[in-house]
Design a protein around this ligand. Structure first.
Ligand code: ADE
Ligand code: ZN
Length: 329
């Protein structure tokens, strides 16, 4: 099974590139940029990754990214992840990034884009890894700030595949961002949004109605609303589920409690993803493996999950068809 899961052409649709910052690289970049870290060793960093909920993770996530200062740092961060992903049989990544988290620290969008786009081009050339880019807005920052970032992003619109919505969910429903997502669609950019990770099913409904998203990130709490489950199924809305993340952030207590089998039985369009692999104990392959251990799924289930991801990914049609053919044999 392990050989099969590794060889499966996997697409990762839910990956925060800042959440792929491994402690080793964090120390390397801190040294390069003269940034003080509140840790003495890699072991101490890993020991600090003991989260009680989403916010306790976000506090360390925003702190960790302070080492990212130059285009080269963003490039090295992304390449470090792309190499690891390619070695695990990942063939495509839709990576998201949080521009506001860097702008707040005085790091311009041009710095971020130069580093990330350079790495994406290099990955396509050297690792045969295709990539899509999602510009994510922080839902716990003012809507005006999101609107401003979208306008600032105009020079790179041809490289941005979607806008997203992430960060602290409870108390931050999607509705207020409707106008920003409408503006993005006017610019030709579709939306995706985190919803129903910690937040209630109403936030998933809001992401569909108010933001008109084409994918829902997480979405696991949809099960609390049968009408919503019916709608997600009928409209074939892809959910980017991140099981190891849900365990580490205590959305569920353990893998065997995860709602994935129920989501699958409900006929939803599911994909398996890593979210923040450096913080949650593994990449896409580890998430597939964890599902195999917990649920005992067979090859056909994993093939279907991988097919869902290829079908929902932001990639050129010719590549999608080639990868779907590869998956079928
Ligand atoms: N930012 C990075 N990871 C996130 C997650 N799992 N939920 C919300 N915002 C995030
Ligand atoms: Zn996420």
């Amino acid at each position: 099974m392990d050989t099969f899961l590794k060889a499966l052409p996997k697409a990762e649709l839910h990956l925060h590139i800042e959440g792929s910052l491994e402690p080793e690289l964090m120390f390397g970049l801190a040294r390069r940029n003269g940034v003080d870290l509140p840790y003495q060793s890699v072991e101490e960093v890993r020991a600090a990754y003991d989260f009680s909920d989403l916010q306790s993770f976000l506090d360390l996530y925003y702190q960790g990214m302070a080492v990212l200062q130059t285009p080269r740092d963003f490039h090295d961060l992304a390449m470090d992840y792309f190499r690891r992903a390619a070695s695990e049989g990942v063939v495509h990544v839709d990576l998201s990034f949080d521009p506001q988290a860097h702008l707040k620290r005085g790091i311009g969008l041009d710095v971020q884009m130069e580093g990330l786009l350079g790495a994406m081009d290099e990955a396509e050339r050297e690792l045969d890894l295709s990539t899509g880019l999602i510009l994510s807005f922080l839902r716990d920052e003012p809507v005006a700030s999101a609107a401003e970032v979208l306008e600032q992003a105009q020079p790179w619109l041809d490289r941005i595949d979607a806008v997203g919505l992430d960060s602290a969910e409870m108390g931050y429903p999607p509705g207020p961002f409707a106008e920003v997502f409408r503006r993005a669609r006017e610019l030709g950019i579709p939306g995706v949004a985190h919803a129903g990770e910690e937040g209630p099913p109403e936030y998933i409904q809001g992401a569909l109605d108010d933001l008109q998203v084409i994918r829902v990130d997480h979405g696991v709490r949809c099960l609390e609303d049968p009408g919503l489950v019916r709608r997600l199924k009928e409209e074939r809305v892809p959910l980017t589920v991140c099981p190891l993340s849900n365990v580490r952030l205590k959305v569920v207590e353990r893998m065997t409690d995860h709602p994935l089998p129920r989501l699958l039985a409900a006929g939803l369009t599911l994909t398996i993803n890593s979210d923040d692999p450096a913080y949650f104990g593994g990449g896409v392959l580890d998430n597939y493996r964890a599902c195999h251990s917990a649920f005992g799924w067979g090859q056909e289930t994993f093939r279907q999950l991988a097919r869902n991801a290829l079908e929902a990914a932001f990639m050129p049609e010719a590549r999608r068809q080639a990868l779907l053919t590869e998956l079928a044999v």
